[in-house]
Design a protein. Structure first.
Length: 302
């Protein structure tokens, strides 16, 4: 086991973990500080080998040492921010380390963890296969963890903007989940009414699949008479542009009201336009309706 090789490997690992911690916590720090913190973190390798009885090898010592690593990397702005950075540092370390160990046990690769450091063994610099596993496996674990944390972050942001919504029309009421979509700025140029977009699961609570299939621009223009009278009276064609393409028409329905339940009470929009979508708005079915962002500003007076 060669100390310089193991030390270099741990330095690179610590650097990746700290940069990932910085990305997740959005901590403002210079790259030089992060690399310095990675160097400080990697010092645990020679300490664990030459001073295995050092107090830094105890649980309490490792906690204080990790405090020092996080402080070197991101300094100290507030107790809350520092604690969040420290917890995230440990979470990412355990996540990546756990994935590495999981693959290790699956492949039976010669790799072990000693004193908080990843060490290969066999002889010389270690088995080339085990080193290849660490050098390839760690970046893969790093990228996978980064991707999953980003997905969790996006999912959390979505949940913060999702509300219970009920749509009333023609004596019926449809319940669904609505997402406030800042990108939806569609307004009917004639009536100046805001347009909400609903997927088939909402519309099917008002009509059958046959009627829904007819609510396409070409069908509405050429076969309006095939629709029931109540749907004909509610249909409105709203011009819009998407991805630089102008002159498009969106089929909408003039519904009686749309009610959004918020922590501060309910917002009711009367005589609202409901845009017809023939496909689900999202693959995970987290929401079924896109809420016009102006509603959250105008409130009940909308």
């Amino acid at each position: 086991m060669y100390l310089d090789a193991v030390w270099l490997l741990n330095f690179l690992m610590d650097a990746m973990i700290l940069f990932l911690t910085q990305g997740v916590t959005r901590a403002k720090s210079k790259r030089s500080r992060v690399f310095l913190a990675a160097l400080v973190a990697s010092v645990i390798v020679p300490i664990s080998i030459y001073m295995p009885d050092s107090w830094l090898m105890s649980s309490l010592g490792k906690v204080f040492y990790s405090f020092f690593i996080v402080w070197v990397a991101f300094s100290f702005s507030s107790l809350r921010a520092f604690f969040f950075q420290w917890v995230t540092f440990y979470f990412i370390t355990f996540t990546i380390g756990g994935s590495m160990l999981g693959v290790h046990f699956f492949l039976a690769t010669e790799i072990s963890v000693q004193g908080g450091s990843v060490v290969t063994f066999t002889g010389g610099y270690g088995d080339p296969v085990s080193w290849l596993f660490v050098l390839i496996g760690f970046p893969c674990s790093f990228l996978f963890t980064k991707w999953r944390l980003e997905q969790v972050s996006v999912h959390r942001m979505k949940l913060e903007n999702i509300y219970d919504v009920s749509v009333s029309w023609n004596g019926k009421k449809a319940g669904c989940k609505g997402l406030v979509d800042s990108g939806n700025q569609l307004i009917d140029p004639v009536s100046r009414k805001m347009v909400f977009l609903a997927d088939p699961s909402v519309l099917k609570q008002f009509m059958g699949q046959k009627e829904l299939d007819l609510l396409q621009v070409d069908q509405v223009v050429t076969s309006m008479d095939d629709l029931p009278d109540e749907i004909q009276k509610a249909v409105r064609l709203v011009p819009y542009s998407a991805a630089g393409i102008k002159g498009q028409l969106l089929v909408t329905l003039l519904v009686d009201s749309i009610t959004i339940e918020t922590p501060d009470g309910h917002l009711e929009i009367k005589q609202a336009l409901l845009g017809v979508q023939q496909q689900d708005l999202t693959h995970d079915r987290l929401y079924q309706l896109l809420i016009h962002p102006h509603v959250m500003v105008k409130g009940k007076s909308a």
